[in-house]
Design a binder for this molecule. Structure first.
Ligand SMILES: Cc1cc2nc3c(=O)[nH]c(=O)nc-3n(C[C@H](O)[C@H](O)[C@H](O)COP(=O)(O)OP(=O)(O)OC[C@H]3O[C@@H](n4cnc5c(N)ncnc54)[C@H](O)[C@@H]3O)c2cc1C
Length: 468
């Protein structure tokens, strides 16, 4: 017989969307239960970006694929705090033009820059944003220098990071403690498998360790992230515009080999970004540990062989945009859903053009050689060789992504949207979504700030209406 719990509010998933929502509900005086599929581990449980961290805090040890031509390999967090625990916390508010576009395309009410500003302010008070004090690490600064030599603008991006304390402002450091302080109850290692409406309440069936748990709640928020939320909802019979419009920020990468040491263990995380080409594409620096260089260079054995001797002179960089339209579908007897993606040719051309811009910036920054991370592609020795690259890399290119969203978009356009403008599932009897699924499309900018601010806005809206 399953254990049974009763609560006023249940929130499924403790990433940025779920943690912000749960803390506001608990602080408003509601008995609030937050359940999380993954383990409850402190920020410092593993070295950041290490293999151990990938094994313990990522879903499926960091292996997930959106199948298409090309496919996109992506990762998600699976632990208390979700993606905020494993990410770099690079931070931007949603650009105003993106909000305008969503308001138009999906008919979202009250989603202007001014209307969202108080919600950003409130989230930024708890999860502090700051800029790297002093000079950026060489690997980061090189991208800024290369951009400047080409007459392009680069910025040193702010982060969800307390540089004074040397701690990332992840959910386990910010909103989860706030939730607990307000009396909220968190159950980790607990996976919701189905939800249903029963006798005017919400019933969540969950698996905790080897046992089953049933939760009865007056109000329910689903915040499992943009892939798992539509999977849970579809499995539970909610299908209208659910899981049909998943979007990624797919990335292509390049490794630069510089004439001097730029990549030293213990350097601060890189922060430079070139944003002037957005929304066509955005450019930035990746973590460049030997393990991540080796992963990026899997299809380029010549450059990979040099990691042992030359990692200190290497930097890994990315370009990303918002290409591809993906779907989430459950498969019988499988825990994880099938994710498939299709791309328009022009979108891919834009991304490839972005990769060429990135490589130009790296040569301008003084790179001796640049390796595009595409299987079988040559090591480039000069900027002129970029023009000789194949016009179509897509047979051998594997895209990667760390940003997923928009699988259950919000808005009043019933032909496109899964929820209303405030995250209430259309026809869902008060059921709410509270995560990156609600976004109406790509931001190109790093998305966590948008997820938090929208969750904050929608949770206050729900509380004002007593969850009606
Ligand atoms: C490696 C990496 C780097 C990134 N870098 C940045 C960055 O620098 N800046 C930025 O802005 N964004 C970054 N992101 C993206 C950012 O982390 C996400 O946008 C954000 O975490 C999304 O929040 P969310 O609440 O929608 O979902 P998530 O963070 O994915 O959280 C969902 C949670 O729900 C849990 N869950 C799922 N299914 C169930 C279930 N059935 N039952 C119970 N719990 C469940 C999951 O385990 C997970 O913990 C990065 C992401 C990754 C993975």
């Amino acid at each position: 017989m399953a254990d049974r719990l009763r609560t006023d509010v249940a929130v499924i998933g403790s990433g940025p969307g779920g943690a912000v929502t749960a803390s506001l509900c608990a602080e408003a005086g509601y008995a609030t239960l937050l359940i999380e599929d993954g383990p409850d581990l402190p920020l410092e449980a593993n070295a950041h970006f290490s293999g151990d961290e990938i094994l313990s805090k990522y879903r499926n040890a960091g292996i997930a694929m959106a199948f298409g031509k090309p496919s996109v390999s992506f990762v998600e967090g699976r632990c208390v705090g979700g993606g905020s625990e494993v990410n770099r916390g690079l931070y931007h508010r949603t650009p105003a033009y993106v909000l305008e576009q969503w308001s138009r395309s999906h008919r979202v009410d009250h989603l202007t820059e001014a209307a969202l500003a108080p919600h950003f302010d409130a989230c930024e008070q708890t999860a502090r944003i700051s800029r790297l004090p002093g000079t950026a690490p060489d690997l980061s600064q090189r991208l800024g220098d290369g951009a400047a030599r080409l007459g392009w603008d680069a910025i040193a991006a702010p982060r969800l990071y307390d540089y004074g304390a040397g701690r990332k402002q992840s959910m386990s450091e910010t909103f989860v403690p706030r939730f607990r302080q307000a009396g909220g109850r968190l159950i980790a290692d607990c996976r919701a498998t189905r939800i249903r409406r029963l006798g005017g309440k919400w019933e969540v069936t969950a698996r905790q360790g080897r046992g089953d748990l049933t939760i009865e709640a007056d109000a329910l928020f689903v915040a499992c992230g943009a892939v798992q939320t539509p999977a849970l909802l579809r499995r539970s019979g909610f299908r209208r515009n659910i899981g049909n419009s998943l979007r990624f920020h797919p990335m292509m990468k390049a490794v630069a080999l510089f004439d001097a040491s730029v990549n030293r263990p213990g350097d601060p995380d890189p922060v430079h970004q070139i944003k002037m080409f957005e929304p066509r594409f955005g450019i930035g620096c990746s973590i460049s540990s030997p393990a991540l260089l080796a992963l990026a260079l899997a299809g380029n054995p010549q450059m990979r062989a040099r990691i042992g001797s030359d990692a200190a002179r290497m930097g890994l960089y990315y370009v990303q945009n918002g290409t591809g339209h993906a779907r989430v579908r459950n498969l019988p007897a499988m825990q994880d859903p099938l994710v498939s993606i299709r791309h328009e040719e022009e979108e891919l051309d834009q991304l490839y053009d972005g990769l060429k811009h990135l490589m130009r910036a790296l040569f301008a920054a003084g790179a001796e050689a640049v390796q595009p991370c595409i299987r079988g592609f040559p090591l480039l020795r000069s900027v002129d060789e970029i023009a000789a690259l194949p016009a179509q890399p897509w047979r051998s290119a594997l895209l990667t992504s760390v940003h997923v969203f928009a699988s259950c978009p919000m808005g009043e356009d019933m032909s496109l949207c899964a929820t209303d403008s405030w995250g209430r599932v259309h026809g869902g009897d008060g059921l709410r979504i509270a995560d990156a699924s609600l976004m109406c499309g790509p931001t190109i900018a790093n998305p966590q700030g948008s997820v938090m601010a929208i969750a904050h806005r929608n949770a206050l809206h729900a509380l004002e209406r007593r969850f009606a």
